[in-house]
Design a protein around this ligand. Structure first.
Ligand SMILES: Nc1ncnc2c1ncn2[C@@H]1O[C@H](COP(=O)(O)OP(=O)(O)OP(=O)(O)O)[C@@H](O)[C@H]1O
Length: 469
């Protein structure tokens, strides 16, 4: 039975938690004093301590090293009475497993305890958090938002099966990273994981990349080529931006999946394939089926299971872990000490809509770390301008785009005010795209580069927001 020590200066919280945890099968003890807690830890072994950050006799910052000294292998979870991203990041950086916000939710508390104790068991020497990800990919951060926890549950469920999976989500939300996790969770994990970016392939190249070609199959085919389906034998083919495949290639793909054989271009010889298909899209594939640009039979073939990854702005609870991860990684790469973020930067991060999602957050952090070499703190001076501008919330961000703006130098039509989060985020995204287009004289290639999305995605977004005809 796992032993848990509760430290909280409110007696009623101690009693309530102790009772609750005992009921759930834990061996729980509690104290209202931090100093008394340290004494108990020195005399008795506990697997985990659940500790209020602000105690009457000592605060979490001072208490933490003492907790660690008393038992280096113990899991430490802090409870904070207010949302404070900065404190959370610092705590996690120092090795705290998690921080939970008051009021505590029983399901969240139990889930956190269970996963912390599971990890502790697996990794006898706690506490390097980045080595203790509950998934093998150490660079994949599992956030603490409920949608992230749901996502991980789904990965645990569907990963080990051979189901084909379609992952939907905006650009940069981590679809490919998730596909890799599914692969790593499967019996195919020792086989290859072959990603193919369908968005960047012309019709001819797509067929050759997927199925291979024989020398001389077409002009320019100077040697034999093995396609992804053969290369991935025993593993997984990841088809990114599958919605961009032409109809011809969709037919070839469907046939290959039905017959479980492929034929190289220029050859009639069937070659057996043994692959799992994971596909990703940032469009709505069902809509494409409805409008006839994606084959319905192929859709059902590849969509045995569907996962939607929410955008970062809808899972802000994940931000602290992601920020901490990217800052630590970048500092490691640069060979510099890990800097901290000023309160203003954290505020901007918290408010910004992150249209490029996790990729954008990662890039912004890499950039700001580089520009802050030599400083202990990253300040808002080094933040990209658009983050600050959106944060200031000029008049334009209070409205939602509804109309066409053939001339992107023009202000877009403004409509009614919205409080709806999704609409506000879309509006901010549209606003930002326009601003970047304006900066680069409407050059889409340059704009896509600056926005850190591919050109196709930019066109889709222009269409979606009716910014151009
Ligand atoms: N949970 C995560 N933890 C840490 N890094 C992540 C996570 N999810 C995504 N990333 C990072 O964010 C970046 C974008 O992720 P990824 O390429 O998987 O997104 P995507 O949704 O496939 O993007 P696109 O739609 O543009 O192809 C990558 O650098 C990836 O390493």
């Amino acid at each position: 039975m796992h032993k848990i020590l509760i430290i909280d200066d409110e007696l009623s919280v101690c009693q309530m938690l102790e009772k609750f945890l005992k009921k759930k099968g834990y061996h729980a003890k509690s104290t209202t004093s931090g100093k008394q807690g340290i004494k108990m830890l020195k005399m008795e072994f506990f697997d985990l301590v659940l500790c209020d950050y602000r105690l009457d006799d000592i605060d979490g910052r001072t208490l933490y090293p003492e907790l660690r000294n008393a038992n280096p292998e113990m899991v430490v979870i802090f409870i904070t009475g207010y949302t404070n991203l900065k404190v959370a990041i610092e705590l996690i950086k120092e090795g705290v497993y998690q921080y939970l916000e008051k009021p505590l939710r029983p399901d969240e508390l139990l889930e956190t305890l269970e996963s912390a104790l599971k990890l502790k068991k697996r990794n006898k020497s706690y506490p390097n958090r980045h080595e203790t990800s509950s998934v093998p990919n150490q660079d994949f951060i599992i956030g603490k938002s409920s949608s992230s926890r749901e996502l991980v549950k789904t990965v645990d469920l569907v990963g080990p099966t051979d189901y084909s999976v379609v992952i939907e989500g905006e650009t940069g939300t981590g679809k490919e990273s998730l596909a890799q996790l599914l692969h790593e969770k499967s019996a195919r994990k020792d086989g290859p994981f072959i990603p193919i970016d369908c968005g960047s392939l012309s019709k001819e190249i797509a067929a050759s990349e997927l199925f291979g070609h024989e020398k001389g199959a077409y002009t320019g085919a100077y040697s034999d080529k093995t396609g992804a389906f053969e290369l991935a034998k025993g593993g997984t083919v990841f088809l990114d931006e599958i919605g961009n495949l032409s109809m011809d290639i969709q037919v070839m793909l469907l046939r290959a999946l039905q017959e479980k054989v492929v034929r190289k271009l220029g050859s009639l010889k069937p070659r057996k394939i043994d692959v799992r298909i994971i596909a990703a899209t940032n469009e709505n594939l069902r809509d494409k089926v409805r409008n006839g640009s994606f084959r319905e039979d192929l859709y059902y073939r590849i969509n045995e299971f569907n996962i939607t990854v929410p955008p970062l702005r809808e899972r802000r609870g994940d931000m602290s872990l992601l920020i901490n991860h990217f800052i630590t990684k970048t500092a490691e790469e640069l060979g510099k000490p890990v800097p901290s973020l000023s309160d203003e930067v954290l505020e901007v991060f918290n408010r910004y809509s992150w249209p490029g999602n996790i990729r954008e957050l990662k890039n912004v952090i890499r950039r700001t770390c580089l520009l802050s070499i030599g400083s202990e703190t990253i300040t808002s001076k080094v933040l990209p301008r658009h983050l600050m501008e959106e944060n200031r919330g000029g008049g334009e961000t209070k409205n939602f785009y509804v109309g066409a703006a053939k001339d992107t130098h023009k202000e877009v039509l403004l409509a009614e005010n919205h409080t709806d989060l999704r609409k506000t985020a879309h509006m901010a995204e549209a606003n930002h795209i326009l601003k970047v287009l304006k900066e680069v004289g409407n050059n889409k290639t340059k704009a896509a580069k600056l926005l850190n999305i591919d050109r196709k995605t930019l066109y889709q977004k222009l269409k979606l927001y009716q910014l151009e005809t």
